[in-house]
Design a binder for this molecule. Structure first.
Ligand SMILES: [Zn+2]
Length: 324
């Protein structure tokens, strides 16, 4: 990285919204390194235990403690801190984190865990000589924790997917991801998306994109997201319409699709709902369905971008600028 700050492109949103795929494509860009759900995994001892029990590997296919990229770095986060993080850094603690973000200094309770996390990011930046670290941890609380660190230049890419597709996707087991009931997924979809929008006020830049729009033109979407973070965004020659060529990446947690390499298809899948469940999802999410243009019959919304911190420091820059 060219300056002292570590540029982090954080992919926020709800599970099964395409965040793992988007992070993989961004990680193929020259100067970008995708670390998967590192911010969440490293700060959540409970998640580490669950993933270990299911033998969830690194994106390279090896167990985390045998991966040449992660085996030493994960030890930089002491177990007691990751267990503390499981309690402190979670959705229900979002208000506390938001209050903490208004303080002039990092509050005492977050200093040790944040210092360890920044140390791991700094080691990744040093070792890979990357310009940007892509982290697809999804959870807004982990992004808010990162925003407390003066060493981090936080950019947020918020991915939204139709709740009908998300609920349908979670209704099926997928490798080490178990099926989840619709009510739980709807509650998470609400919380994850509303709180991801709240990150606008803390991030250097914020862009919201619908997964359905991303699959229509993935190359353009990846290039726009990269251009939010760096000048002269690198080319996306590995993406050819709805197909991309991807390599192995050292990613923590995430969707099992992360293990596929070579040519991959970029599509919206076959996840659909019908009948009463479809209308239950529509009615229980309708305010956000309208906001994100998912109400039956509504047209696509494109992506939206804002740079709140730039707005604060430079009045000539306008926020909330719709793109495409
Ligand atoms: Zn690995």
């Amino acid at each position: 990285m060219t300056d002292d700050k570590i540029k982090v492109l954080y992919i926020a949103g709800s599970g099964r919204s395409g965040t793992t795929l988007l992070a993989r494509l961004l990680g193929e860009l020259d100067g970008f390194v995708n670390v998967g759900e590192a911010a969440r995994y490293l700060c959540d001892g409970n998640m580490q235990a669950r993933q270990a029990a299911k033998h969830v590997p690194c994106g390279c296919g090896r167990p985390i403690f045998e991966c040449p990229f992660w085996s030493e770095k994960v030890r930089l986060m002491p177990a007691e801190l990751s267990h503390e993080g499981a309690r402190m850094v979670r959705t229900r603690r979002f208000p506390s984190l938001l209050m903490a973000s208004r303080a002039s200094r990092v509050p005492m309770q977050y200093r040790a865990i944040l210092s360890a996390l920044v140390g791991i990011y700094r080691e990744i930046a040093r070792e890979t000589n990357c310009r940007v670290i892509v982290d697809s941890s999804k959870h807004p609380a982990n992004a808010l924790l990162l925003s407390l660190a003066p060493e981090i230049d936080l950019h947020v890419l918020h991915v939204v997917r139709s709740p009908r597709r998300v609920v349908a996707s979670w209704s099926k087991k997928k490798a080490y991801l178990v099926a989840q009931p619709a009510r739980k997924i709807i509650a998470l979809w609400w919380a994850d998306n509303l709180l991801s929008e709240a990150l606008k006020i803390k991030a250097r830049s914020y862009r919201r994109v619908r997964y359905e729009d991303f699959v229509k033109d993935p190359g353009k979407c990846v290039q726009q997201a990269a251009a939010d973070v760096v000048e002269n965004a690198p080319p996306v020659s590995f993406i050819n319409n709805a197909e991309a060529t991807v390599r192995r990446q050292h990613t923590l947690a995430g969707n099992p699709d992360k293990l596929e390499v070579g040519k991959i298809r970029i599509a919206d899948g076959n996840d659909t709902l019908a009948g009463a469940l479809k209308w239950f999802v529509n009615l229980s999410t309708f305010p956000l369905l309208l906001r994100y243009h998912y109400w039956p019959g509504s047209r696509g919304g494109g992506s939206e971008r804002s740079s709140p911190q730039l707005l604060k420091t430079n009045n000539s820059v306008s926020g909330g600028q719709p793109v495409a």
